[in-house]
Design a protein around this ligand. Structure first.
Ligand SMILES: [Zn+2]
Ligand SMILES: [Zn+2]
Length: 378
């Protein structure tokens, strides 16, 4: 499918409008209203889901077939924009610094292209314009509200400033890391610094733990799995001659393999308990699941590579990112695949000077429209 110059300039205009009017997670009211208006203009029906922000639309093909979904996120970030673009954010302290304005315009473009060819389509393509990606809450909410009902597979992208326009990064398995948080409180008995045998020192427990915990990655993980355990905060004690009764550690764990993610909290907890017990104290271990791994289903790799080539784009092996993405939640329910879309920008995501080349809208729209046709043909 080929996008006309006219449609491309229209989508560029829409992207610029979104860029100028960024809205933060769960506040995307004006963004939502505009997406709805644009879908209506093209007679693309929307699903009556109870969503405060965000939209789900559908293009039904002329032939029976499965339903697949293509997802875009729509929210901006609390960052003060520092670019010189003429469509710079009108709201100080809010910026589309992750390119979700680009995602929105591109997926809208794919919907418009597919809608114009629906007589050839074998099945249904659902377009998820998802709210609140930046706070890792949107995907979860959209699933609860029924966005995936009847959907057999989901596809999505993130723009990639370090790849040229026309290049698509593809990789099966873990593409973006899981992100989890922990808080560990070592509990001892406070006392006089000169009489430690009458106290139970939580600083000793916490100190042993900070170094010992790294042995989980070195000695308990499979060589072919990767993980990072970072302790980023230690709090305990408030003077020089008193042993405190508690020390609290906080930090994060990142990994790319769901099985590593599953194993780590148990190993960390056991180590904390045994160190606490060995020192005569106890521990409170709190783990918070934040984001799963963006875990691409290998069954789609070949068709994605073939679609990219057939559409005239370059395919490269995607380099994974240690950042998180809430697209991962969808992939815990149904198989999916997430790609990098080259946008040739001057800065990485979330930078105040973040920018992109808008020709990439044409690439992304055409790629996803062609992919939907190919997946449904299969
Ligand atoms: Zn982001
Ligand atoms: Zn993003």
């Amino acid at each position: 499918m080929n996008m006309s110059h006219e449609l491309l300039s229209d989508l560029i205009e829409k992207r610029r409008y979104l860029h100028e009017n960024p809205e933060l997670a769960f506040e995307e009211f004006n963004t939502t209203e505009n997406i709805k208006k644009w879908l209506e203009e093209h007679h693309i029906p929307m699903l009556p889901l109870e969503l405060e922000t965000g939209v789900v639309a559908e293009v039904k093909g002329a032939f029976e077939g499965p339903t697949i979904a293509i997802r875009s996120d729509i929210d901006a970030l609390p960052i003060k924009e520092d670019t010189d673009v003429p469509f710079k954010s009108k709201y100080e302290g809010k910026m589309h610094a992750c390119g979700h304005d680009f995602h929105t315009a591109s997926i809208l473009g794919a919907a418009i292209l597919l809608n114009s060819q629906k007589e050839k389509l074998h099945g249904t393509v659902r377009f998820i314009f998802q709210a609140a990606e930046e706070v890792a809450q949107g995907a979860k909410k959209f699933v609860e509200k029924g966005a995936l009902e009847g959907v057999s597979a989901i596809f999505g992208m993130h723009n990639k400033p370090d790849l040229p326009v026309g290049t698509i990064g593809v990789k099966s398995g873990g593409l973006m890391a899981s992100v989890d948080k922990f808080e560990i409180k070592f509990v001892g008995v406070g006392g006089h610094a000169g009489i430690p045998h009458n106290a139970i020192d939580p600083i000793v427990m916490a100190s042993q733990y900070v170094t010992a915990v790294q042995s989980i990655v070195a000695r308990r993980m499979d060589l072919f799995d990767n993980a990072v355990i970072s302790i980023t905060s230690i709090h305990g004690g408030n003077t020089w001659n008193v042993i405190p009764d508690t020390v609290t550690l906080e930090g994060t764990v990142r990994t790319f393999q769901p099985k590593a993610r599953e194993a780590i909290p148990g190993l960390m907890k056991k180590l904390a308990e045994s160190l606490a017990e060995g020192n005569g104290g106890s521990v409170e271990f709190n783990w918070e699941d934040y984001l799963p791994v963006v875990n691409n289903d290998p069954q789609f790799e070949e068709i994605i590579r073939a679609t990219s080539v057939e559409s005239g784009f370059d395919v490269v092996d995607a380099v994974p990112s240690a950042g998180g993405e809430d697209f991962a939640f969808y992939q815990t329910y149904i198989p999916g695949f997430f790609v990098w879309m080259g946008v040739d920008g001057p800065q990485e995501w979330h930078h105040p000077k973040y920018d992109l080349k808008e020709d990439a809208i044409k690439v992304a729209s055409e790629f996803f429209a062609n992919l939907a046709v190919n997946i449904l043909k299969k």
